[in-house]
Design a protein around this ligand. Structure first.
Ligand code: B1M
Length: 218
């Protein structure tokens, strides 16, 4: 099978919510040395974007959203370990604390960002989803990361990114950590408005920005 066909099938597996098929394709792709980052971005993520569009236009409903999410996660579980093995730079580039803000359980994009940061050479503490402001604050105090990454996919949860930054300021922890925000609902304008240091439009941009932020601290 050509690479293009692989990507198309990966796209379809997410679109159709075919969980097993999504996993099988990931395994086969690794066997023929397809780059896991390309598989994620050119196949599965495109499928997820289309699912989002169909949900928005009322052609898909919650069950399709759930099935697509499961298909994507099954593939990621297989690709993730290989991605993490691909550390191109041995030196630790910096420490990142990452999570999806309170009220929000979307974890796929945040986890891709985390895996790619690890693959690039960052140490990542992934707090998961629905992370409270207190949990972010306590972890920043404890771990002393270079970068705090806040993901939000809902317009209703974006304000929690702002609240985390405010909590850091109040606790006098803001000056020691760079804050990056991202997620489907977030924009560059929002990032500026809430005083974040960077906005990652996608995982590749997020990694590039994280490198710049970490370098600015040294
Ligand atoms: Co939900 N959902 N969802 N959902 N869901 C969206 C986000 C939505 C846009 C769909 C739509 O209407 N078109 C919409 C939000 C509308 C809005 O607020 N503007 C929506 C809604 C409404 C909801 C519910 C409210 C539905 C309901 O219950 N009625 C509900 C909310 C639950 C909650 O969180 N409290 C809900 C639930 C779910 C599922 C659980 C079913 C499932 C999530 C499964 C999971 O994550 N485990 C789900 C899914 C799958 C989606 C869509 C279809 C796909 C999200 C995804 O994984 N995308 C999504 C539509 C869409 O985004 N197109 C949608 C793929 C992923 C790779 O992209 O997450 O954007 P993304 O991450 C990218 C970048 O944004 C960036 O890099 C990533 C990789 O390139 N990035 C960062 C992400 N985080 C970053 C952090 C960074 C930097 C970059 O720095 C820290």
């Amino acid at each position: 099978m050509e690479k293009r066909e692989f990507y198309e099938k990966m796209f379809q597996s997410v679109l159709q919510g075919e969980i097993e098929e999504a996993g099988e394709l990931a395994k086969k792709a690794l066997e023929v040395q397809i780059d896991p980052i390309a598989a994620i971005n050119k196949g599965y993520v495109k499928g997820m974007d289309e699912v989002g569009r169909l949900y928005q236009t009322g052609e898909y409903f919650l069950p399709e959203l759930v099935a697509a999410g499961e298909a994507m996660k099954t593939a990621l579980k297989i690709l993730d370990p290989v991605l993490k093995e691909q550390k191109t730079e041995r030196k630790i580039l910096g420490r990142v604390v990452l999570g999806t803000v309170e009220g929000d359980i979307h974890d796929i994009g945040k986890s891709i960002v985390g895996s790619m940061l690890v693959a690039t050479g960052f140490e990542v503490v992934d707090l998961g989803v629905n992370v409270s402001i207190k949990k972010f604050l306590d972890t920043v105090k404890e771990v002393k990361p270079d970068i705090l990454g806040l993901s939000a996919l809902l317009t209703t949860t974006m304000p929690n990114q702002k609240k985390v930054i405010e909590a850091l300021e109040e606790a006098k922890e803001r000056q020691d950590v760079k804050v990056m925000v991202g997620g489907a609902a977030v924009t560059n304008r929002w990032a500026t408005e809430i005083g974040a240091d960077a906005y990652g439009e996608d995982a590749i941009t997020a990694v590039e920005l994280a490198k710049k932020l970490a370098a600015s601290l040294t």
